[in-house]
Structures are given as structure tokens and as C-alpha cells.
Unconditional design. Structure first.
Length: 75
């Protein structure tokens, strides 16, 4: 299914380079928050031998909700 944009929608589009720049800024700010809070990141942890949840992560869903990594939450 294709969708044809109206002229107003087309003009409202954000250029990809601007999106990439903003994503990079968010990543850098997230890294700084994690560094300053000294909170360990569980992304990429081996969950078979280590149980690590993102429940109290400052950039997770219950914090700023800006994390772009794979997340795991307790039930």
C-alpha cells in the first residue's frame, strides 16, 4: 500500500541528517547520565548467568525513556 503525501506533510518532514544528528545527541546525553549516576547498563548482559533488569535505570522506561538499547524489565 502506498501513501501519497500532501504538500503540507511533505514540507513537515525532517531531513534524515537532522534525525541522525539528534539521535547522536541523545546517545551522548544518555551515556553522560549513565556515567554520572554510576548505574550499570545491563544491555548485552548474559541473562543465562546474570539476572539484570532495567527497572531502576535512569534512562529506561521509568526514567527519561530515552534508552535505545535492548531492555529487560521484571514482571
Amino acid at each position: 500500500m502506498q501513501y501519497i503525501l500532501t504538500e503540507q506533510e511533505y514540507k513537515a518532514l525532517t531531513p534524515i541528517n537532522k534525525v541522525n544528528e539528534l539521535e547522536e545527541n541523545v546517545r551522548l546525553l544518555n551515556d553522560k547520565v549513565m556515567e554520572l549516576t554510576e548505574h550499570p547498563c545491563g544491555s548485552g548482559a548474559d541473562y543465562r548467568s546474570l539476572t539484570f533488569y532495567c527497572d531502576d535505570c535512569p534512562i529506561g522506561s521509568f526514567g527519561t525513556n530515552t534508552c535505545t538499547k535492548k531492555q529487560q524489565y521484571s514482571k
